[in-house]
Every structure is written in C-alpha cells, then in structure tokens.
Design a protein around this ligand. Structure first.
Ligand code: PAZ
Length: 336
C-alpha cells in the first residue's frame, strides 16, 4: 500500500518479526498468480520428458538467471538480481555434451547455451559477419571454425529434441514453473537431476499487497517492506521429488559465511549437494559440499594458466556432479 504523503509499500507480515511470519509454499501458490503460459510450459515439459526418457536419456533441469520482484501490479518497476545466467548457460552446454537432455528454465533474455558466445559485452552478433564483394553475408574467417562447430552441435541437439528452454521473468513465474516441472520429473526418481543455479529472490511483495498502478514520485520517499519468500527447496526435496538428485547453489559475498550456510542448507533440506560460491570469484573457484560427507568441502579452482586461457569452471563442476549422480543412481538401485 502507499501512504498519503510517503510511498510505503508494505507487506505487513514483515513489520514485526521477519522470520517468524514467513508463509509456507502452499500459501504462496494460493495467493499468487501463475504465469499465463504455465499450461504450455507444462505440456511441452511433459512431452519433452516422455520423449527423452523413452529413449533412455537422462534428464536434468537447469535453472538459470535471476528472478524479478515487481513493485506494482501494472509493473513499471521491479527489484532485480545481478545474475546474467552465465553459470546456467555454460553448465547446460556441458550437460548436453555429456549426454543429458536439458530443460533450461531461464530468465527471459538471459544467456542461453551456445548462443551466449555470440552476443557478449565485447562482441555482438553483427561483429561476427561481413559483406563479401559479391554482396552476400559471410562469417569473418577468425570465427568460422568455432561457429560452424557450434551451429552443427546446436542443430543436432535441437533436431534430437534434447533441449527445451522455457522462460520466466518474475519470482512467481519461476516458482510456478519450477513446481510443475518438478512434479513431471518426480516419476523418474533418482534419474532426475535438479541443478538449481538460478538466483532466486529471498523477498517479495504479495500480489494483494502491491499497488495497482505506477508508484508516483510526487508522493515523496519510497519505503519498501517485503515478505520473506518461503524456502521452496524444502517441499521440492521432501515432497515434489523426494527420490531425485538435487543440487542447489549457495552464493554469498562474505567468505566467512559461505561454508556454514551451505552446510546448513544441506542439513535443513536433506538434498544431495550444494555448490558454494562467492560473488567476485565465482568464475574461478567453487566448493562442492555433499550430504554424505558434509565435513569435507571439495574445492574446484582454475589455475592461473586456465584463467588466462578462458577455461570454463563449469566443465569441472558438471563432470564432478555427474559422477556423484551416477553413484546416487547406483546406491538407490541397491537399496531398493
Ligand atoms: O549467472 P551468473 O553466472 O552470473 O551467476 C551464477 C550464480 C552466482 C547466480 C550461481 O552460481 C549461484 O550461486 N546461484 C544461486 C544464488 C543464490 O544463492 O541464490
């Protein structure tokens, strides 16, 4: 709501005690509106999962990019997140190269597997092309080899129906889609792999507490009070897909908090592993903490030489996690 002479958007459950009044996941879904294309995402995901499992391919859900939190129902302004989706897009490529089929649930307009290489801050799509003397469009010779390789690989993957790329913009788009896709992957049991790299908001304004129209600067200062987003990892791990392989990510800026918070997450939710990273070093070093050996954090760190040569850390993360996933599948088989 907005007060008379001051813009105050408040979702009142936070006014007294933030953590004690956080709503649960079910209430969240009751109170918020699903994205208009949820039925389409559900139908396409179901078809994708059925086709790929029939062919014996493992399926991974990769979530990528940041969620937005609207401040107005007719949204002009929203709270955003820094994530460009680099981790998710590169990881999806390595999953695909390792034989997995990928549902890539990503923030609209964030980076996409393979395509991400051809629209960087330094080089846009047109920088890769030139007009020949005959007046036709050609690829600049220095990019030809890698472009031909990527186009061939990408076309192959698409023609085999191994990549489906639904999008989200807001937190609630993301959560509704996540729940639907998770329910569809649940029957795959241990074969289903969840790689939750998206940067999901911890705070939001419920739809019924949002103002309808654009917040007016003429009304003065804007104060925001936001509700806590329920911890969705809990129902995901405990009831939406209780037998599947779930890896979450933990991002911090304070290195002193990171490991403890990653362990706490494993203890609280009981999933298989957390990939922990620090904002400013996330491209060069991560730590993998597994539930079955929580005391040890396994470091993956690029060498100076690798950093110089633009080696992508995701190839090591994916290799390691696929190994853990395979043991998880074996252990699940032998204990059933
Ligand atoms: O998208 P990006 O490559 O810039 O960043 C990746 C990341 C830091 C968002 C990801 O590695 C991550 O930690 N995701 C979870 C963030 C969180 O704790 O909510």
């Amino acid at each position: 709501m907005i007060s008379q002479n001051q813009n105050v958007i408040q979702s009142d459950s936070l006014l007294s005690s933030p953590s004690s009044k956080a709503i649960d996941a079910d209430s969240y879904f009751k109170k918020n509106t699903p994205p208009s294309n949820l039925n389409e995402i559900t139908a396409k995901s179901a078809e994708f999962i059925a086709t790929n499992t029939k062919l014996g391919r493992p399926v991974v859900l990769v979530t990528s990019g940041g969620t937005t939190v609207p401040l107005e129902n007719n949204t002009v302004r929203f709270v955003d997140n820094f994530s460009a989706g680099t981790r998710g897009a590169i990881s999806a490529e390595f999953f695909l190269k390792s034989g997995y089929s990928v549902i890539f649930l990503h923030r609209k307009h964030s980076l996409q597997p393979f395509n991400r290489k051809y629209a960087t801050p330094e080089l846009g799509f047109l920088d890769f092309l030139f007009i020949s003397q005959e007046g036709t469009v050609k690829i600049k010779p220095q990019y030809e080899e890698s472009l031909i390789h990527d186009i061939a690989l990408f076309n192959d993957i698409i023609s085999q129906n191994r990549l489906y790329m639904p999008t989200f913009i807001t937190l609630s788009d993301y959560l509704f889609s996540l729940r639907e896709i998770t329910n569809l992957l649940n029957p795959l049991g241990p074969n289903a792999f969840f790689y939750l790299a998206a940067a999901v908001s911890d705070f939001f304004i419920p739809a019924d507490k949002m103002v309808e129209h654009k917040i007016q600067s003429s009304e003065g200062e804007l104060s925001l009070t936001m509700n806590q987003v329920p911890k969705f990892l809990k129902p995901l791990v405990n009831s939406w897909a209780p037998n599947s392989f779930v890896v979450s990510f933990k991002l911090e800026t304070d290195p002193n908090l990171l490991e403890a918070k990653a362990r706490l997450s494993l203890e609280k939710y009981g999933h298989q592993a957390v990939v922990a990273n620090i904002l400013h070093t996330r491209k060069n070093v991560v730590w993998i903490i597994k539930r079955d050996s929580m005391d040890k954090a396994e470091e993956i760190r690029l060498s100076d030489e690798e950093i110089k040569n633009h080696v992508e850390i995701e190839q090591y993360i994916i290799k390691k996690l696929i190994k853990i996933h395979n043991s998880f599948i074996q252990n699940s088989k032998s204990s059933s």
